[in-house]
Design a protein around this ligand. Structure first.
Ligand SMILES: *Cc1c(COP(=O)(O)O)cnc(C)c1O
Length: 368
């Protein structure tokens, strides 16, 4: 008999193949279903997924699109952002909103974040608003909902639209209301490591507003008002494909249970980590879904090398502020954002971690 292949004992920071392996049979039968149905773009699976996600979020409409970044681009265009307008967002959230806004010719103004949640608050957003601000992109970072109610309240009085970026927070809820049901429009990504994951790219735009939904549906498909009639300028080809929609329909009913498991894992990490070494960015409630287990480490380099030596994979989300990216450099400096960039450290967190792995990560954290 052949020797078993040597397996690395390092626990990776993400491992989407585990979820795909667990759902293999369901995925294969979904693929068979799509092949047999013969509509490979905007077929029945896609239409049903759109309805299922809208009803899950608790809004009237949901439009599938090709990625989370496209969802942001289309949402910003659909709320009326035009060249010369500005948007306000956080600079510690990976740069996706900046990329989307710049593609539309918008100026991006950065607001600092709360030292507790590393997310935006009304108090941090307010000083960044200008008379030309058309929208605020409020990102629910790491799966922890930001202060979206207060941000909506602040913006409503000023005619500023709120785009909730739910790419990291699918399934989160506050007072029974899901992330994505607070702002004017919400965007989702189904990148394979997100809480609701495809086996490729995908995204969605959810809204209660009929006009926003109509514009997104037109712009995601060439600007068509109807087939071959282009009414909107700035149209893209940005569709969620039928196979991914069928795969996402498998994941959606499992999302709450999987998020509960993620939250439980982060709870155990948070209990293990000595307060002298740092703290986790999380909440012990439904408004946190554990997309990423991120600690703010006192000494990140040291923590990272101790964890890696113990076989615990680590990563940094994110190592650069948007205003410090080579392509986007500006003179802006925000103290909490700069602190976060140098102190955040991500450790493995996904529902398929086995107990032994969770314990190993927790033990390594306890040693810090
Ligand atoms: C992943 C992510 C996106 C972008 O999604 P893609 O599908 O990769 O384009 C946008 N915003 C946030 C906060 C994300 O984490």
């Amino acid at each position: 008999m052949a020797e078993p292949l040597p397996t690395s004992t390092r626990i990776p920071v993400a491992d989407p193949a585990r979820a795909a392996a667990a759902a293999r049979d369901e995925i294969l039968s979904a693929v068979e279903r799509v092949l047999a149905a013969g509509r490979y773009i905007h077929g029945a699976e896609h239409a049903t997924f759109e309805e299922e996600l809208a009803s899950f979020v608790g809004v009237a409409h949901c439009a599938g699109v090709a990625s989370g970044t496209d969802a942001l681009t289309l949402a910003l265009a659909a709320v009326g952002c035009a060249p010369g307008d500005d948007i306000v967002t956080a600079a510690n959230a990976g740069g996706y909103a900046t990329a989307a806004a710049r593609r539309l010719g918008l100026d991006v103004r950065y607001a600092d974040v709360s030292p507790e949640t590393l997310g935006l608050t009304a108090a941090t957003v307010e000083p960044a608003l200008t008379p030309r601000t058309r929208a605020v992109v409020a990102t629910h970072l790491y799966g922890l909902m930001c202060d979206v109610e207060d941000i909506v309240e602040l913006c409503r009085g000023r005619g500023v639209r709120v785009v909730e970026d739910c790419a990291q927070a699918a399934g989160a809820a506050r007072d029974g209301r899901r992330a994505g049901a607070f702002g004017d429009v919400a965007t989702f990504s189904f990148y394979p490591t997100k809480t609701l994951a495809a086996i490729g790219d995908g995204g969605a735009v959810a809204t209660d507003d009929d006009a926003i939904d109509e514009r997104v549906r037109s712009l995601r498909q060439y600007g068509w008002a109807e087939k071959y009639v282009v009414e909107g300028e700035g149209g893209l080809n940005s569709r969620l494909d039928e196979l991914q929609a069928a795969v996402l329909r498998i994941g959606l009913p499992q999302l709450d249970a999987r998020n509960e498991r993620r939250r439980d894992i982060v709870r155990r990490y948070a209990e293990a980590l000595p307060s002298t070494a740092g703290r986790f960015v999380w909440a012990d409630g439904e408004d946190f879904v554990g997309h990423l287990a991120v600690m703010v480490a006192e000494d990140r380099d040291r923590a990272r090398s101790v964890l890696e030596a113990a076989g615990v994979g680590t990563d940094v989300h994110y190592p650069r502020a948007d205003y410090d990216q080579p392509a986007w450099r500006t003179a802006v400096r925000l103290p909490v954002t700069d602190y976060a960039v140098h102190h955040v450290l991500t450790v493995p967190c996904y529902p398929e971690l086995i107990e032994d792995e969770v314990n190993r990560v927790a033990e390594a954290l306890r040693e810090l």
